[in-house]
Design a protein around this ligand. Sequence first.
Ligand code: ATP
Ligand code: MG
Length: 552
Amino acid sequence: MSSKEEKERSLNFIEEIIEADLASGKHDSILTRFPPEPNGYLHIGHAKSICLNFGLANKYGGGTNLRFDDTNPVTEDTEYVDSIKDDVKWLGFNWVNEFYASDYFDTLYEYAEKLINKGLAYVDETSSEEMAEQKGTPTEPGKRNKFCERSIEDNLRIFREMRDGKHPEGSMVLRAKIDMTSSNMLMRDPIIYRIKFAHHHRTGDKWCIYPMYDLAHGQSDSIEHITHSVCTLEFVPHRELYNWFIEKLEIFPSKQYEFARLNLGYTVMSKRKLKQLVEENYVSGWDDPRMPTISGLRRRGYTPKSIRDFCDRIGIAKRDNLIDVSLLEFFIRDHLNKISSRVMVVSDPLKVTITNIPEGHVENCEIDNNPEDEESGSRIVPFDRVIYIEKEDFMEDAPKKYFRLKPDGVVRLKGAYIIQCDEVIKDASGEVIELKCHYIENSKSGQDTSGVKCKGVIHWVSATHNVPVELRLYDRLFKEEDVNSYEGDFKDLINENSLQIVTAYAEPSLKDATLEDKFQFMRQGYYVLDKDSNEDKIIFNRTVGLRDSWKK
Ligand code: ATP
Ligand code: MG
């Protein structure tokens, strides 16, 4: 985006709020947070939230905390914690503090006692079925039960017994005493603590009671003095409860703001569903290049910049919408066009013998790595008597405007010479299996004095000096754009043909490719080395084709 466009772009609604808060002196500086639950790998929707939270802090000179929302001991894992940290760093952001909601278990426990002491929380022993029934419906008020009348002393005693492991799982819970007639179901005496005899990845076996999301999340914000707590729209009804806890506990007044979550076409964006794809082997892992996870996109060849640009561009909305995946592809193409090395790889080879080059003669052709980047240098590609071109770059009965190779026609071999086709050799079934050509003297790229007119340029590799490579070509993971609206099992919509594997022949320089390198296989698409590559096998993932082939 040019700086002019940048200036003209209006503030989003959260920026407006922040600017007003800074102008009025309500806050001297801002502190945001990114609060993932470590129960899976991050996806592109999380990237949106990361870019927003860290972006706001960067813009207004504040900071962002990375806080692991690890209050549910059963689903969490340090593998996820590590991957989340890697992904945030890879996206290009640094947090000021790394915190864990579990660090606050002592404080949250004290808060619960404080609510009990204020007569604002009680231990309820009703069965969960009965409790659900008493809760009423959105159109019908709920009813209180007898446990609500228990004295503060009894509540304190029993809550401490819960903490000390004296009561079995599921036998009782601590509830906030708010309003069983509220039109907001979340305000109808929500559960704030439950018994769970589970080992926690950080606190071990210290606790057998765990705080529920609403108590943990908002109070963690407050403990850290988060000024603007930005979350997705499904938390709108939680805001009333968020504010209630802060008011009753008389603690730092963090404020919650909501924006629409990112939904992307042809994929799913819920960790639960992504986990299912991994566990049921629909994909090879969380970082399968077809996954919308950050690690999948990275392995696919996406750059952090392309993801940040995409997130900036979609902005923040107050209503849910579905973003076209070609927009994401636009940003990666745009970036790769600037930074990738152009190389030659033939995936569907047709043998071409250049009859006026003696056998055994090898000529070095120097080819620029990237015409978009003067500093990218050049490399040597060996050219000799037998080469491969793409089958589709030859046509026997070609129309007039066909500028690739045809009988008696000429074409330029990229970085090398112009060749002319003299003879077409076919097998018994009539399929073209070889072309005999000659090269035109004095027509070498950059030094062409031949005067021969030639409109087409094609890529090629030497038949002897090449490296066989495996190409993994990816398609959409789902057959339908709007997977979330599908009524049945989302897995019904999986595209069985989302991975195609082909063998191709690459110019020798690709033997030295590293995982960080970005390539444009000329006239084919953008590719990146895959981590499954080894001494025997070089594998490339197609990041994206050169053009949007999805436009109807
Ligand atoms: P999921 O449903 O995928 O499991 P989640 O909301 O449970 O997502 P969290 O780990 O709790 O995942 O999310 C961390 C942060 O990322 C939260 O602030 C959440 O609002 C935000 N977030 C999650 N998904 C999206 C999305 N699709 N678009 C924007 N923000 C998101
Ligand atoms: Mg969550």
